[in-house]
Design a protein around this ligand. Structure first.
Ligand code: GLU
Length: 425
């Protein structure tokens, strides 16, 4: 093992590096490959000037990191959140490399973002910020170079602003430049739901493997955005009892089960897409992080990174955890969950539905030909179930945890391609 292991003060990057080094060591990966894959190919930092509605000018910090383009163009979302920094983008870009590799889709990993509070920006401010950011990162974005998508705090609307800006700069429309676009503009029916449906599919596959009927399980879902809401909806549709849902306004708990459809309608009707004010039979409003210690069988953290850590993991009552968010469990949290005998399905297996859906969208954009929603969903579920089986079987045969198994399988494919292509840049 190389003596120059990278370390980071950023929890997410440190977690990503630790997980990588641990798996690389177990695989006996060469020092050279470890050095290449523990670093990012490109880290771009930009300043994004925005004229605010009150006439003042603010400059936001933005980033785009390309961790690896060994397998194909970089792929990964753009997030708007106050915690966004270069290290966080790098950690998430790395995770995208493993996610795409494990999913067997022809991409490397990238991630970007702008440090801002998107809820505090008006629609016009958000548009100006999005266009300025797109223009800044334009030199490294391309249909065969780097293809961003939505992430925390961004959605189809931002993708259209980005694509419109870059298309105007380049004087031509390239619909495959960004994915996660609205259906009315080169998007795919089913893409919005894809990640959450995939997370739920992993939860249901896990239940199958441990011999549990979904009707007998109680589920708690943290986060009620694009991922959490569709995870909860899909679990409820499969017959599971969703006892707790949550967002930044609190946890909404009912031992009888929360009416997820009703909660979804409530959230969609809220001006900021929040659960604020949601009520229902037996629903009790609790603190924001109470969802993590809810009395349930299956916990699905679908919000932010690092939520299950040395302070919170001990309170988990669930027997199973499926990571819908990117990096919701820290290495300390992982160890605690492990000691408690909790079975965990890792993020880049569980939440790959989004990027697999992005791949379908990109492939359709390149062809200028659209699939039906049924075709899209069937192919997605087929890949998700196949990936789950691959990691489950790998973990059983190597007698390792699912996280380690997922890392090993994913890293192997990237390492093989790096070796095949050779080291030039
Ligand atoms: N932001 C999503 C993720 O973290 C989707 C990325 C994409 O579709 O490129 O997987």
């Amino acid at each position: 093992m190389s003596s120059t292991k990278r370390k980071s003060a950023n929890v997410l990057l440190d977690t990503a590096l630790n997980n990588f080094y641990g798996a690389a060591e177990e695989m006996g990966l060469s020092d050279g490959l470890i050095a290449i894959l523990s670093n990012s190919e490109r880290r771009l930092a930009v300043s994004v000037p925005v004229e605010m509605d009150d006439g003042t000018t603010r400059v936001f910090e933005g980033y785009r990191v390309q961790h690896s383009t060994a397998i194909g163009p970089a792929k990964g979302g753009i997030r708007y959140h106050p915690d966004v920094c270069c290290d966080e983008c790098e950690a998430l870009a790395m995770l995208m490399t493993w996610k795409c590799s494990l999913a067997g889709i022809p991409y490397g990993g990238g991630k970007g973002g702008v440090s801002c509070d998107s809820l505090a920006l008006s629609a016009k401010e958000k548009e100006r910020l999005s266009r300025a950011y797109a223009a800044r990162i334009e030199p490294i974005i391309g249909t065969w170079q780097d293809i961003p998508a939505p992430d925390l705090g961004t959605s189809g609307q931002e993708m259209v602003w980005y694509i419109d800006t870059i298309s105007k700069i380049r004087g031509q429309v390239e619909p495959g430049l960004f994915t996660g676009k609205p259906v009315t503009y080169w998007g795919s029916k089913g893409r919005t739901e894809a990640t959450g449906r995939g997370v739920a599919t992993c939860g249901l596959e896990l239940m199958k493997r441990v011999g549990k009927d979904p009707k007998d399980i109680r589920v708690a879902v943290q986060g009620f955005g694009a991922v959490g809401s569709h995870t909860a909806k899909t679990m409820a549709a499969a017959g599971a009892k969703v006892v707790a849902i949550s967002d930044i306004t609190g946890t909404y708990y009912s031992s009888k089960g929360v009416d997820v459809e009703k909660a979804y309608q409530h959230m969609m009707a809220h001006p900021k897409r929040l659960l604020e004010g949601f009520t229902g039979e037996g629903v009790e409003k609790q603190g924001v992080s109470d969802v993590l210690s809810a009395d349930c069988d299956l916990l699905m953290p679908c919000a932010l990174e690092g939520v299950l850590n040395d302070k919170t993991a001990n309170n988990v009552k669930a027997q199973y955890v499926v990571e819908g968010a990117n990096g919701p469990v820290t290495p300390d949290g992982d160890k605690i969950l492990d000691d408690k005998g909790i079975l965990l399905v890792p993020d880049f297996l569980a939440n790959a539905g989004g990027v697999i859906g992005s791949y379908f969208e990109w492939a359709q954009n390149l062809q200028g030909f659209f699939w039906t929603e049924e075709e899209y969903s069937n192919r997605l579920m087929h890949i998700m179930k196949g990936n789950f089986k691959l990691v489950w079987d790998y973990a059983q045969s190597k007698k390792v945890k699912m996280r380690r198994a997922a890392f090993m399988a994913a890293i192997q494919r990237v390492a093989d391609v790096v070796k095949l292509r050779g080291i030039f840049l």
